[in-house]
Design a binder for this molecule. Structure first.
Ligand SMILES: [Zn+2]
Length: 356
């Protein structure tokens, strides 16, 4: 009798644990390869099809889909927020952060996680867009995951490389995507310090928005007009949140929102970026300068003197512990100011048109 009771408890526990396992799927302590990320994204989109709507904004230079999801209700909303990871190849921590956020957000909507207790309430008026990998070709190079990109391997190997492939930051064509956005500063970016031909980092391209990934991202945000774009990177445990060229547009809203993020994460306050030679041509700069919409660049994990990311096994300790609430704080703070942000952006865009 005793034995069969033990057996029953064992079986029930196993069933419970395995059902819990399938609810959380992100491999947060392993090297997070492009194929794993896409598999997880597809799985979550299929499992939560009432809230998750997958799409792609185009294909990378090497032909991989630039996949994204909209979290929301069936009807699209006029207000949205956009979070993107892996603009820089070697930074798979940024993909893990947005994917782990996505998984816990969906669990929270259904009452199966306590990480984001108020997750559901925002979806009546706000769509959340998530793109975990903006630079699939670069991510595959950084992971030396040559499957499917063999025919470009020779060209990639010929390019200037600062160190090993694990520090690869650019896209597959050797252009640093976050130096390539057409924010009006491309001619200034890097001064005469950057690379002048394709390289693992610091080459901005021969003209603005040269990489196809940059073109698709620009088209996407131009059409969607997300109230805020948050681009996740490593490292520094800090947020680049404002630049001298656009800070005045936001009438202090950018300061308020990013201060809340610093409070919840313990990240450092960075002063308003002053010189377009260093700050220009990022996705965050583009949305501010072209649309008067908010943009932040969040640098995950503490700084050190290596350009390579920390080990993937340290993600939870170095990133998730501090940054798990960052996406949620952005959602809440943007949601609370949605009309004001739209009003400021409309006024700014009108001003831009008049200048033409
Ligand atoms: Zn980066």
């Amino acid at each position: 009798m005793k034995k069969s009771l033990f057996l029953l408890i064992y079986l029930l526990t196993s069933v419970y644990l395995s059902s819990q396992d399938s609810l959380y799927v992100i491999e947060d302590d392993e090297k997070y390869r492009y194929s794993m990320i896409m598999e997880d994204l597809d799985y979550l989109a299929a499992k939560y099809s009432d809230y998750v709507f997958p799409f792609a904004i185009g294909d990378s230079e090497f032909g991989f889909p630039l996949k994204a999801v909209r979290i929301g209700t069936k009807e699209k909303k006029p207000y949205s927020i956009f979070m993107v990871g892996n603009v820089h190849a070697r930074e798979d921590y940024s993909s893990k952060l947005v994917m782990k956020f996505l998984n816990h957000y969906l669990l929270s909507i259904e009452g199966n996680s306590n990480v984001y207790p108020s997750a559901k309430k925002y979806l009546d008026s706000l769509d959340i867009y998530i793109m975990p990998v903006a630079n699939p070709d670069g991510l595959k190079i950084a992971h030396q995951d040559w499957e499917g990109i063999e025919k470009w391997r020779y060209d990639v190997c010929k390019m200037i490389r600062k160190e090993g492939f694990e520090e690869w930051k650019a896209n597959g064509k050797g252009i640093d995507l976050n130096d390539s956005f057409d924010d009006g500063n491309h001619h200034l970016k890097h001064g005469d310090q950057g690379e002048i031909e394709p390289a693992s980092e610091d080459f901005k391209g021969y003209y603005p928005a040269e990489p196809i990934e940059t073109k698709y991202l620009q088209e996407f945000v131009n059409k969607l007009k997300p109230l805020m774009t948050i681009s996740y990177h490593t490292k520094g445990d800090l947020v680049y949140w404002a630049d001298a060229g656009t800070h005045a547009i936001f009438e202090g809203i950018d300061t308020e929102i990013n201060q809340k993020v610093l409070q919840v994460s313990g990240f450092d306050l960075v002063s308003v970026s002053k010189n377009p030679v260093t700050y220009g041509c990022g996705l965050e700069n583009y949305v501010r300068a072209k649309m008067g919409l908010l943009g932040s660049c969040v640098e995950l994990s503490k700084s050190n003197d290596s350009r390579v990311q920390y080990a993937d096994s340290l993600f939870n300790d170095l990133v998730w512990k501090n940054a798990s609430q960052i996406p949620m704080v952005y959602i809440k703070e943007v949601f609370d100011r949605k009309e004001k942000i739209m009003t400021l952006s409309n006024a700014y865009c009108l001003e831009l048109k008049m200048k033409l």
